[in-house]
Write a protein that binds this ligand. Structure first.
Ligand SMILES: Cc1cc2nc3c(=O)[nH]c(=O)nc-3n(C[C@H](O)[C@H](O)[C@H](O)COP(=O)(O)OP(=O)(O)OC[C@H]3O[C@@H](n4cnc5c(N)ncnc54)[C@H](O)[C@@H]3O)c2cc1C
Length: 424
């Protein structure tokens, strides 16, 4: 009998198991998940889970009956420790060896760690897993001064939640702007103001130099400017590293993630990779990228299920993201570069507006604040490559919703043609 082995019980792995059954796959599915919990959603961990005094409940990815109902052999708390691509077997931490017809890496990513003096002190935390979140949540109850290292999405979501609970919060960011690599300059500046206005002490251009402590417990964070900020809790959010060591051991090509082609196949025809751990050729940017988002993990899983059931399908979904920072909901459609030309539509002071980003006159992405309908319209425009220009966006009569609906009337030749990257 054919057997698909999935390594990783996160967003991508669970969706793949589900979608394989929806696509009619009747062989065995074995899903290995090294965390001790039933699969859960990560996004709430830095948002609602931290905002509430007694902690919100973790949100499961599927009902408890899912694995039985879908005939998925779920190996809870079991790590795959080695892969033999020649014999097509995996070895797991419970001592078992299993052979596969197809193997899928859905191993996700792990936190990048700091290594400055004092990194080993008690009270220095990271946020990736439910266990991380529970530990952090427990310490928030008694903490007074929190220092967050890194003004990325997760660091700022956590900072906003901690501030909402009345804590003194300092955020140290080495770069000149918060979320500087992934947002337009305008949006980044907007968020700097939002967080500063809420009372967060946002220090831009200041990295972490060392951590100080008393009796083994952190008491302060010294920035690269030499200033020491008081801290009884430090949260590090400086990005992630893809979990690709097993893939290296299996002699797969790895370059900032497990390298896959448009159908998510690795350099071994029997092995695939998806989600945070994989690097794929993105049709919208023409470049190879590795994304960290729920949309990417779940959409890749749905597409891979088609390929694994005999309907090879390239992954071409438009990337989109969201973040909730205090009262501000940010939604991003497409991939934005900080130096894109940006046009603001709406009134930022009202707390509801969008930023349209262009590169060489072509729309690359749209950032929307508290404007879900404009975000949905932007996704349609980008998905269908409708010819939106900066001039059109600047026109006072521009209506994103009706523009996004015009595709039915367009000659396909009028849509923007993008070069598709070659698959590897
Ligand atoms: C705090 C937080 C907030 C987030 N907020 C958002 C958000 O607002 N919006 C958004 O789009 N995205 C958000 N993300 C990102 C999103 O959660 C990830 O992109 C998504 O979970 C990726 O899914 P994945 O299945 O690829 O990886 P993961 O969810 O990381 O799952 C991979 C799993 O594989 C396991 N594993 C690894 N190696 C092995 C092995 N050898 N054997 C067995 N198991 C293994 C890992 O332990 C992990 O459980 C957030 C992430 C975090 C941490």
């Amino acid at each position: 009998m054919s057997r698909i082995v999935i390594i990783g019980g996160g967003q991508a792995g669970v969706q793949l198991a589900d979608s394989l059954r929806s696509e009619g796959y009747q062989g065995a599915i074995d899903l290995f998940a090294d965390e001790p919990h039933l699969p859960y959603q990560r996004p709430p961990l830095s948002k609602d889970f931290m905002s509430e005094e007694d902690g919100a409940s973790p949100l499961p990815l599927r009902a408890g009956t899912f694995f039985g109902d879908r005939a998925v052999d779920f190996h809870q708390g079991v790590e795959v420790t080695s892969v033999d691509p020649v014999g097509q077997t995996v070895v797991a931490s419970d001592g078992s060896t299993l052979s596969y017809t197809k193997l899928v890496f859905a191993t996700g990513a792990r936190n990048r760690e700091i290594s400055v003096p004092g990194s080993e002190l008690v009270g220095i935390r990271y946020l990736r897993t439910l266990d991380d979140a529970k530990a952090l949540q427990a310490e928030l109850g008694s903490a007074k001064h929190v220092v967050v290292i890194g003004a990325g999405f997760i660091g700022l979501e956590f900072a906003a939640a901690a501030r909402k609970r009345g804590l003194d919060v300092t955020v140290l960011e080495f770069g000149p702007r918060p979320m500087g690599r992934v947002l337009s300059q305008f949006m980044s500046g907007y968020f700097a103001d939002v967080h500063t206005d809420s009372g967060i002490n946002l220090k831009l251009g200041e990295g972490i130099a060392s951590l100080t402590g008393v009796e083994g417990k952190v008491s302060g964070a010294v920035s690269t400017s030499g200033t020491e900020y008081p801290a009884d809790l430090v949260v590090v959010g400086i990005g992630v590293l893809p979990n690709s060591e097993l893939a290296v051991q299996a002699c797969l090509e790895v370059d900032n993630g497990i390298v896959v082609d448009a159908c998510l196949q690795t350099s071994d025809p029997h092995i695939f990779a998806l989600g945070d751990c994989s690097s794929y050729p993105n049709v919208h940017t023409g470049a190879r990228i590795r994304l960290e988002s729920v949309q990417n993990a779940t959409d890749q899983a749905r597409i891979l299920a088609k390929t694994l059931t005999g309907k090879p399908t390239p992954y071409e979904a438009l990337p989109w993201f969201w973040s909730q920072q205090g009262a501000v909901k940010l939604q991003i459609a497409g991939i934005i570069h900080c130096d894109d030309e940006s046009i603001v539509r709406g009134e930022p002071a009202s707390g509801k507006f969008s930023v349209y980003c262009f590169r060489d006159g072509r729309l690359t992405g749209v950032e929307s604040v508290n404007s879900p309908s404009e975000h949905m319209a932007a996704r349609k425009v980008l998905e269908q490559r409708l010819p939106l220009t900066p001039e059109l966006v600047m026109d006072a009569d521009f209506d994103p919703k009706s523009f996004s609906r015009q595709s039915a009337f367009l000659n396909p030749n009028d849509k923007e043609g993008l070069e598709r990257p070659a698959t590897v």
